[in-house]
Write a protein that binds this ligand. Structure first.
Ligand code: 5AD
Ligand code: SF4
Length: 490
């Protein structure tokens, strides 16, 4: 930790510190209940949380909301009536950061109109030195900055911000602990995120996450299993196990030999209908895990397996620690064990120096694997990462054009794969009304495909059978089969 002198209200991040991994063992701490005198702070007040980025951030926001609500605050989605606005930010690409700075700039007006408003920035951007300096210099009306390792300190930090005239900054660069039993406000009673580990030790050369989220720390299996059993008891239908690199789960335990496959095998025995996980690193994806996933049951047939590039040379420079051939071999093994598996991926185009031939290898890999969908990105240099210092002679125009070409291939395959569902009956967990049309219900298959269909609102929260009549590129339209009890593993 940079320093623990809370009286100063100023602990700034340091990227070099963040890179130094502590050898000391992770400690499991219990969240300290919010003191009685702080539980009234938010009475008759409202909070607004703006969440950017990945599921990890979405889940952190559930913890943040949990703490704010224990302090008496209630949620609002209207900026004008908020007493506290917190931006939970993402640092993974520059455009995500630009959006956040744009929003902070826009909120200046609100702050002028309502000087009592507390404006805070948390999440991955606040772990970056350069961001904190920029906020201090150009956005002095921000009241509070805190990092990803000290979220549990929010009640105290917010109290300080309310009573202090200075900007309150507390960002610990060195993590260490796992905090259990944080309060949570989950977004629906249907699907829940469950953290299984924090941080990432992979240090892919383009990625800022190992700096902003710290070293890999796994939650104890008994804590994870207890949380999932409790969610099952409360009637949740689906859990998604979260980690930056879930396949490294358990590697940091010194006293027990218990890895991700062991955890999945135990979660399989819990009576919750669907279990997902994200995100996987191909390098640590072992045969035991494939064997466990092939047992199915509540373990769904969907694996998000980021490849990043189809060129072994680029993968080497990305420090992904696998080759194109090794990745394809892993895919082959997965498909052999789970023939109807749905594979999705993340791909970066325009990594420094990526040649046309190397890009073509990505296209050919996508065609060979036949992903159900892919998140595709143009490489974005992140200050402090090794790739940011690599020479890059590829013009942005070329990168943009490659992204378009890649998306065309990805979409064409997605459409073709969806077309195969025409006439099939799939099991859908109904999430709610469709965003586009309140007359239509939408939900997801086990493989995470979005399905739209017409039916009574009572179906929301239930598992139903839907026959697909109109497959599209990103969604499947179908008809609800009222009497059907057909269950297929899709
Ligand atoms: N530029 C572009 N994309 C990135 N990602 C991570 N870092 C960068 C970067 N610097 C992508 C990777 C990762 C996903 C979450 O974001 O594809 O899997
Ligand atoms: Fe970033 Fe690589 Fe870790 Fe994923 S595995 S969070 S891409 S460093």
């Amino acid at each position: 930790m940079a320093t623990k002198d809370y009286s100063k209200y100023f602990v700034a991040p340091d990227l070099k510190q963040a890179k130094r991994r502590g050898k000391e063992e992770t400690q499991v701490l219990q969240f300290e209940p919010i003191p009685e005198d702080m539980r009234q702070i938010g009475r008759d007040k409202r909070y607004l949380l703006m969440t950017y980025g990945c599921q990890m951030n979405v889940h952190d926001s559930e913890n943040i909301a949990g703490m704010l609500e224990q302090m008496g605050y209630t949620a609002t989605d209207r900026e004008q009536e908020a007493d506290v606005i917190l931006l939970n930010t993402c640092a993974v690409r520059e455009n995500a950061e630009d959006k956040v700075f744009g929003t902070i700039g826009r909120l200046k007006q609100l702050k002028l109109e309502n000087p009592e408003l507390i404006l805070g920035v948390c999440g991955c951007m606040s772990q970056e030195e350069a961001v904190v300096h920029r906020l201090l210099q150009s956005y002095p009306y921000v009241d509070l900055i805190f990092g990803t390792h000290n979220i549990h300190r929010l009640p105290h930090l917010l109290k300080n911000a309310l009573y202090s005239k200075e900007m309150v900054v507390e960002v610990w660069s060195k993590e260490g602990d796992v905090v259990e039993n944080m309060p949570k406000v989950r977004s629906d009673g249907l699907r829940a995120w469950v953290n299984i580990m924090y941080g990432c030790d992979k240090f892919c050369t383009y990625c800022i996450v190992p700096y902003t989220r710290g070293k890999e720390r796994s939650r104890r299996p008994e804590d994870v299993l207890r949380e999932i059993r409790e969610l099952a008891r409360q009637g949740y239908q689906e859990v998604t196990l979260l980690g930056q690199n879930v396949n490294a789960y358990g590697k940091d335990f010194k006293d027990i030999n218990y890895l991700f496959a062991d955890l999945m095998d135990d979660v399989r025995k819990i009576g919750i209908p669907r279990v997902r996980f994200t995100t996987s690193h191909p390098r640590d994806f072992d045969d035991h895990l494939i064997e466990v996933l092939a047992k199915r049951g509540n373990l769904v047939e969907h694996i998000h397996l980021p490849v990043q590039s189809g060129s072994s040379e680029i993968l080497k420079r990305m420090a992904r620690k696998y080759t194109r051939e090794q990745y394809l071999e892993l895919v082959r093994k997965i498909k052999q064990a789970i023939p109807d598996v749905s594979l999705t991926t993340d791909i970066i185009v325009g990594f420094p120096g990526e040649t046309e031939e190397q890009f073509a290898e990505t296209l050919s890999l996508v065609k060979e694997v036949e992903y159900d969908s892919a998140y595709t990105f143009i490489y974005s240099p992140r200050e402090g990462t090794p790739a940011a210092k690599m020479e890059d002679d590829i013009p942005m125009e070329v990168k943009k054009e490659r992204l378009l070409r890649l998306n065309e291939v990805v979409n064409e395959i997605a459409r073709r794969k969806n077309e195969a569902f025409r006439g099939q009956v799939v099991e859908v967990l109904v999430e709610g009304e469709s965003k586009k049309n309140a007359e239509v219900l939408s939900g997801r298959t086990r493989t995470n495909k979005l399905v739209n269909f017409r039916g009574p609102k009572e179906l929301i929260g239930k598992m139903v059978s839907v026959q697909i009549t109109e497959p599209q590129t990103w969604t499947l339209n179908g008809v609800w089969l009222k009497e059907s009890s057909v269950r297929v593993g899709v």
